[in-house]
Ligand binder design. Sequence first.
Ligand code: PTJ
Length: 263
Amino acid sequence: MHIPLNHPRRTSLLIREKLVEGFRRKLVVEEGLIAHGRGECFDYLIGEKTQPFAEKAIEAAAAALLLAKYPVISVNGNTAALVPSEVVELARITNAKIEVNLFYRTREREEAIAKWLREHGASEVLGAGDDASATIPELFSERRRVSPRGILIADVVLVPLEDGDRTEALRKMGKTVIAIDLNPLSRTARAASITIVDNVVRAIPYMIEKTKEMKTKPREALEKILREYDNNAVLQEAIKHILRRLEELSTSKLTLELTDISK
Ligand code: PTJ
């Protein structure tokens, strides 16, 4: 679909188009389109910008990825459709493995997503087909199936657009879980070690910038950032930010001034 350059909601519509294109390519499921709608709503509430609470979480996430012994980036349909090259770039900078991991798992989608990521520069993509031969204990969704060379042995896992159950299971296995979720109230947001309350299309490019910048920092400086990070405080800040915005909006003029073009 052609979206005019001056359309006031152009950025948001372009993101939708990417998802619809991902759906046509069989990367994204129908439920992924619904999940995106929920994300859009929260994005409206936070102001469609990376806010200070997300910047704080991104800095801690960059420190965790750079300090990790075996970092893995878990990719689902929506993430693959929205930020394929960026995922590959972040994995390259942080020496992380990329693993396809789907809630609505089918072999066809796993393979389509792995191929799509390879077309965007990934040299290796774990988790597709027979590679997902290990299981996460206590988890009953299809997300329990993981690669024995990837998520199973990872110490740090980045999970954009995740479900709460698996975040909890990964935490119980002793892993550091970094979530990207626009909904600060979701179970994922509340179960993760570090929650980036931001749109994945802004968060991953920002993480690339931050990891590049922080790569030369001494280990002790990265460890200090992680030690001082408080995820509960970050989630509270996200909620306070939404409250403040709504409070301000509730006393401002909301109706638009429209020019009369009927004459
Ligand atoms: O590709 P699959 O099979 O793994 O399925 C992927 C979906 C997203 C359908 C699946 O993981 C799912 O059902 O997720 P949920 O439980 O609906 O959670 C998705 C969360 O992501 C929600 O809290 C949304 O607010 C949030 N979200 C949606 N779009 C974005 C987002 N967060 C960040 N950036 C977005 N663009």
